[in-house]
Ligand binder design. Structure first.
Ligand SMILES: O=C(O)CCC(=O)C(=O)O
Ligand SMILES: [Fe+2]
Length: 222
């Protein structure tokens, strides 16, 4: 069984007007207002803040247009296969492709400063062109996250996709959960989440439009 949390359902509860359609500049809602923590077990948690980025239509369009997206290929057993999404990684000192992303990183670093103990530095961008694009089950465990608690903060733009989580065998128990992350939503995986749980954006057979995901991580977490 999977438990569904539909971010969009919370929108009205926050009592904040939805972003106007069209060219409004991107801005941010109060991060702490409407931020909800879901404890997954084994020290893993997920924070969700629906509609954090406002007026993000233009931002989404700019990122789709201007980020130098890369198609990658990976070895899978005895074959080389296309990675089913486009990617671009910005290391700590590389300029981000849009000032709004720098603002998002600053706000996240400020909000989580005490709990995380360090700033978010890098930004990994993924472009899911349609429902066939996906990321398979994994933990972000390259680097310190293999041994230490950390955070990965994801801003989602464009069409909503489901971020699914399940316990990593031998490391956690519990029911799988999934969060529908939509345009402007923030989802933060924290605590032991990368070591003890796995996450994925699974392929969708329903028609789904493009989505851009921006993942902010601290230094040497990937
Ligand atoms: O698309 C997402 O929000 C998740 C991407 C992800 O898990 C990753 O790139 O490590
Ligand atoms: Fe990931």
């Amino acid at each position: 069984m999977s438990v569904d949390f539909q971010a969009s359902l919370f929108d009205d509860l926050l009592g904040e007007p939805a972003a106007p359609v069209g060219g409004a500049p991107a801005g941010f809602g109060d991060l702490a207002a409407g931020l909800l923590r879901h404890r997954l077990g084994a020290g893993a948690w997920v924070d969700v803040r629906p509609g954090w980025v406002r007026g993000a239509d233009e931002l989404f369009a700019r990122l789709v247009r201007e980020v130098p997206w890369r198609a990658e290929r990976r070895q899978m057993y005895d074959r080389v296969v296309d990675v089913p999404r486009l990617l671009k990684f910005y290391d700590a000192h590389e300029p981000l492709p849009d000032p709004v992303l720098a603002q998002a990183r600053e706000r996240l670093s400020a909000h989580y400063a005490e709990e995380l103990g360090e700033p978010f530095t890098t930004a990994g961008l993924c472009y899911y062109r349609d429902g066939r694009d996906s990321v398979t089950w994994h933990g972000d465990r390259i680097g310190r996250s293999n041994r230490h608690d950390t955070m990965v903060a994801i801003v989602s733009l464009g069409d909503a996709r489901r971020l699914s989580l399940r316990p990593r065998p031998g490391h956690a128990t519990g029911e799988p959960v999934s969060f529908l992350v939509g345009h402007g939503d923030l989802l933060v995986m924290g605590g032991s989440c990368q070591r003890t749980w796995e996450h994925a954006v699974l392929k969708s057979t329903r028609p789904v439009g493009p989505r851009v995901s921006i993942q902010f991580r601290p230094h040497n977490v990937r």
